[in-house]
Design a protein around this ligand. Structure first.
Ligand SMILES: Cc1ncc(COP(=O)(O)O)c(C=O)c1O
Length: 440
């Protein structure tokens, strides 16, 4: 079935992979480890295979919270105060507290939160911002929208996050010191680095922060997928979004904490910068109808804040359940370690279940497309995050041709399986049985 010839990938850092003529790929290393309580005797007697198992299911969660959420929405309707206001402020305070930041500024989406940060930093033409090519489009799209150049550094294949080693090499080989800061060879000033905590796993922030600190480059964490995720830094346990100068989150409905529409949050270490974010969020208006800067309409609706506040107390237990589901998947797939690469949990020794919040459970296999087809036939929904690395997107063709082999491989091999707190053990078994059927 597979058209893949034998390939040796031992040239890459991290786990090595070898592919043979069937859909067998050998992934070495510890990425296949999982926590596996004895009590998980797999019950594969589920015979209800006619029902569809969707990739995500927002309805089940809503049903369990229906009354309390509708009461919150009704309260906003009764007040007829729909934009910003006390609910939004209260949500800002809770997020600032959760991630350990001075200021949180609620925004209309994660994209707008990133845009706000870049605008408040004054990033624009003549500037460059470094990020990963293996992320959702908006991470780099916002950089281009403010007139700066997105620059890419490849990922670590084990975690699929920005690789600090490659970032260091990029700084050393492709950049030089200038009076205005670190610059590219063609004179663009590197104004920021945006690591992305992809799928709910924090980047190697000690490495990234140290490289940036030495060069006085601010870090903006794209924590859109990682609200609440922990990271064991050298000195203490830190939280996604709160580990750098700036960070942002998305509350898109399918996120671990999802709104009833679009919503996002920008966070900053410096309170004064937070004030600037708030002014720019509202057209740069300060005081009312006086504009000394050009901002935009990036405000959060009160209904979104009310829903998110109601859901926030459940976030930890939901993320824990996602982690448990991930362990079940990993346990079931361990026997296919030559065919499937499983998500890494580099912080498991220090953080256990808190080292990954599994916004997505993404496996890698060269047989990705046929596996996806097989699962589709079984009624199991999957998704590809992301089929095209950003440097290969048409709209970035103007940046010139670039090669990021690890991101390109990840884009060709990755497949996200259903993972949401409401997934039942029977449904999990159905996914693992179907995957096993394919590889057997
Ligand atoms: C990594 C990443 N960055 C940024 C965003 C943008 O967030 P939003 O969809 O809320 O604009 C997303 C959304 O999915 C994302 O996954």
């Amino acid at each position: 079935m597979s058209h893949i010839s034998s390939v040796d990938r031992s040239d890459s850092a991290g786990p090595t992979t070898t592919i043979d003529a069937s859909h067998t790929v050998t992934y070495s290393d510890a990425t296949q480890k999982c926590f596996a309580p004895e009590s998980w005797a797999s019950d594969s007697s589920d015979n209800t295979r006619v029902t569809k198992l969707p990739f995500f299911d927002l309805k089940t969660q809503f049903q369990s919270l229906r009354e309390e959420i509708l009461a919150e929405i009704t309260a906003v309707c009764d007040a007829q105060a729909f934009v910003l206001g006390p609910k939004v402020e209260s949500f800002e305070q809770q997020i600032a507290q959760l991630c350990g930041c001075d200021t949180a500024v609620a925004a209309s989406s994660g994209t707008d939160a990133e845009l706000l940060i870049l605008m408040a930093m004054g990033v624009g033409p003549g500037d460059a911002v470094v990020t990963t090519p293996f992320t959702f489009f908006s991470t780099a799209g916002c950089v281009a929208r403010v007139g700066a150049k997105p620059l890419f550094v490849d990922i670590d294949p084990a975690t699929m996050n920005l690789d600090p080693e490659k970032l260091g090499k990029f700084f050393e080989r492709e950049c030089r010191e200038s009076p205005d800061g670190l610059a590219t060879k063609d004179g663009l000033i590197i104004r920021a680095v945006i690591p992305v905590h992809l799928f709910g796993l924090c980047c190697d922030m000690d490495g990234i922060r140290e490289l940036c600190r030495q060069r006085r480059i601010p870090v903006i964490e794209d924590a859109a997928q990682a609200l609440g995720a922990k990271y064991p830094s050298k000195n203490r346990v830190e939280r996604a979004g709160g580990m750098s100068e700036f960070g942002f989150f998305s509350f898109y409905p399918t996120k671990n904490l999802g709104a009833f529409g679009d919503a996002g949050m920008a966070v900053a270490r410096d309170g004064e910068f937070g004030r600037k974010l708030k002014i720019l969020r509202n057209h740069g208006m300060d005081p009312r109808y006086y504009h000394s800067e050009i901002g935009g309409n990036f405000r959060m609706d009160a209904i979104q804040a009310a829903v998110l506040l109601r859901k926030l107390p459940y976030l930890e237990q939901w993320s824990k359940r996602r982690w448990e589901i991930a362990q079940r998947y990993k346990y079931a797939f361990a026997k296919f370690s030559r065919k499937i690469m499983l998500p890494a949990e580099p912080y498991a020794a220090q953080l256990g279940s808190e080292g990954h919040i599994y916004h997505q459970f993404v496996i890698r296999t060269p047989a990705r497309d046929s596996l996806r087809e097989h699962l589709e036939e079984q009624g199991i929904g999957t998704e590809i995050y992301y089929p095209v690395a950003l440097h290969q997107q048409k709209c970035f063709a103007y940046l010139g041709e670039m090669k990021f082999p690890e991101s390109e491989r990840a884009a060709a091999e990755c497949l996200a399986l259903p993972i949401y707190p409401e997934l039942t053990d029977q449904q999990i078994d159905r996914v693992t049985d179907s995957v096993a059927q394919f590889f057997n």
